[in-house]
Design a binder for this molecule. Structure first.
Ligand SMILES: [Zn+2]
Length: 630
């Protein structure tokens, strides 16, 4: 898997991480030298570093320090093989048996899936996360034991907590009803239905019937990893989530360790029946493709006044697993590197379009309640993301070895579609960011990525994924997204296309106009229409004298780019309707002469392909005109 001889010509040092702890903003690792080469040190360089001066050879052990940001970027974990480029520095400290390597700023991981290497390297301590076998509790490897005790101002606290946790089992499940010790690896807010959309976004068709159900309640939960590496979920009751203690954990507890007291088991989940949770646990255990690890997950909860939680300040001395923040990539790199089955990935991306996955409700004369309002954040979404890299973006330095070249077709158009499942809680700020101009980068965490030869890359955000606005004010994301490809016979469902054509028909029965509130956009105004009263908006609590007129219009287009046996219907946006209708000032009086719209040229407009029907004569495309982010 690793081509070490090739690596040695490029970098000074290749190490394998045997253990990893965090301490005071640093990652302290105990490493094994895999390759050390002196040939990379510049003759004129006065930097002390490189193999020959360092005197490190293959098989030597050492301590390597990484800054928090470097470690986070690497997703530093036991089993990783890391190439450290010069200039790094080596120190020999009296009373410390092994050399210490510092200034490891230029480094990268060589094995993207560290567990693969753990499997292939029997010299490593056995991975302690096996669920079925009797797990071995690792002895903590303390760096500088003497110095640690004398220099730490919190030493007394540690001693007190150490006394307290002396009898806590390493497995949270053994001590759950009394006292348990674990690290909060993820804080998740999701909706009740947790069915993972494992099929592609492109395969989900039609509207989701669940969308019409009442909004389900939110679950706030913590994914805990105990000292054996086993993950369990603690679901907080509403009462717990509102208490100040737990609010503190929910706000800033991710990556921290706690002592939990008096939790109770509510559920025992078989992970094969909870694929979303399974993949989340695999990614926390750095074993995305391992199927024989943890097979069940306990769901715990607590009770206000009974369950207690206490922060554990010096968790590194307690052998708690290191924090595993998701390593964040660029979407363009994610798309290139999908060489494995479904796994969780985190990336930064620029949105092109956020659209409900169900088409907007058609307006029919029988619908007395009138047209539907713009949907809230509940429901499932298509989030189209740009895969083109901006000019400012540096070429990725991530290792490309062992990764097949891109073979999928999805990003040929410069975008991929992220299917946001309705269990995912999409924030209002994400909607706003997707519709704003300027810096529109968003961070997609723990998204499920899979790919197939035929269909390309699938991205799914479920309840364990998190999409948030990325604050990146110094860099304007220059979107190279220029134009969409033209609608063709072979255009797939749920793609974005550019359409030009002449109107050859109008769906008269669904052509509507209605008054809306100019302030809040409320489509359901009271009064009017012969009731003798002026229009009133109950949201703004104001009388509306000059409402905005909203229109719904579906037209049939004859597109020169398509053979005439295929038909194209487009639901137009308000601005296009206004440009198509002859006299926009007179809607309220007598309506329009729809015949006068026939032959009018529409486009090019950007559309989302909502449905594709195959008939013996040809295909029927139903499109929705969309407004892309600019
Ligand atoms: Zn209003």
């Amino acid at each position: 898997m690793l081509d070490c001889s090739k690596e040695s010509t490029k970098s000074g040092l290749v190490v394998q991480v045997l253990s990893c702890e965090t301490h005071r903003g640093l990652y302290l690792t105990h490493c094994l030298t895999q390759v050390s080469s002196g040939s990379t040190v510049d003759a004129g360089s006065n930097v002390k570093g490189g193999g020959d001066e360092a005197g490190l050879s293959q098989g030597d052990e050492m301590y390597v320090f990484f800054t928090r940001s470097t470690g986070d970027k690497l997703g530093l974990a036991k089993g990783m093989v890391i190439s450290i480029n010069t200039p790094w520095q080596k120190l020999s400290i009296p009373d410390v048996s092994k050399p210490v390597v510092l200034c490891t700023y230029l480094c990268r991981t060589l094995n993207l899936d560290p567990y693969d290497v753990v499997q292939g390297q029997p010299v490593l301590p056995e991975c302690s996360t096996e669920g079925s076998k009797s797990p071995k509790v690792l002895n903590p490897v303390r760096l500088f034991p003497a110095a640690y005790r004398s220099h730490s101002p919190g030493a007394e606290v540690v001693t007190a907590q150490e006394n307290k946790i002396k009898n806590i089992s390493a497995s949270i499940m053994h001590g759950v009803t009394e006292t348990a010790l674990a690290r909060v690896q993820r804080i998740v807010t999701r909706r009740q239905q947790t069915v993972v959309p494992h099929q592609s976004a492109k395969m989900t068709s039609g509207r989701s019937s669940l969308l019409t159900q009442a909004s389900p309640s939110l679950i706030k939960s913590l994914l805990l990893q105990d000292r054996e590496g086993v993950v369990c979920e603690v679901q907080l009751t509403n009462q717990m989530a509102e208490s100040s203690t737990w609010q503190h954990v929910l706000q800033s507890g991710e990556g921290r360790s706690y002592i939990f007291m008096k939790l109770k088991v509510t559920q025992r989940l078989t992970l094969s029946r909870a694929p979303g949770l399974l993949s989340m646990i695999r990614s926390l255990q750095h074993r995305p493709n391992q199927m024989n690890g943890q097979t069940i997950c306990y769901v715990l909860t607590g009770e206000v006044g009974v369950t207690a939680v206490e922060s554990l300040d010096q968790s590194e001395s307690m052998n708690v697993p290191p924090p595993r923040p998701p390593p964040v990539m660029e979407l363009s790199d994610v798309v290139k590197n999908t060489h494995t089955p479904t796994r969780r990935t985190s990336f930064l991306a620029t949105p092109i379009l956020l659209s409900p996955s169900s088409p907007p409700d058609n307006v029919t004369p029988s619908s007395s309640s009138g047209p539907k309002d713009t949907p809230n954040t509940y429901g499932s979404w298509f989030l189209f993301l740009s895969t083109s890299t901006s000019q400012h973006h540096q070429p990725s330095t991530t290792s490309q070895e062992g990764i097949t070249s891109p073979r999928h077709g999805s990003d040929q158009d410069g975008y991929v579609c992220l299917y946001v499942h309705q269990s995912n809680v999409l924030g209002q700020d994400v909607l706003t960011r997707c519709r704003s101009s300027g810096n529109r980068r968003i961070l997609c965490r723990d998204v499920l990525v899979a790919s197939t030869e035929e269909e390309g890359v699938y991205l799914n955000a479920d309840g364990f994924s998190h999409i948030s606005v990325e604050d990146e004010s110094e860099e304007e994301s220059a979107l190279n997204f220029t134009s969409l490809s033209v609608l063709k016979v072979g255009t797939r469902l749920h793609s974005l296309v550019s359409v030009t054509g002449n109107i050859c028909g109008v769906e008269e029965e669904s052509a509507f106009s209605w008054p809306a509130c100019p302030h809040c956009g409320n489509n359901h105004l009271d009064g009017g229409e012969g009731s003798g009263f002026v229009l009133h908006c109950s949201v703004c609590n104001e009388d509306i004298n000059t409402p905005v007129m909203r229109m719904h219009l579906i037209v049939q287009l004859s597109c020169p780019a398509l053979p005439p046996t295929h038909s194209v219907k487009v639901q137009l946006l308000q601005s296009t309707i206004e440009s198509v209708l002859p006299c926009p000032s007179s809607q309220t009086s007598g309506g329009h002469d729809l015949q006068s719209t026939l032959g009018v040229l529409v486009g090019p407009i950007n559309c989302l392909v909502r449905t594709v029907h195959e008939t013996p004569k040809g295909k029927m495309f139903l499109l929705e005109e969309v407004l892309l982010c600019n």
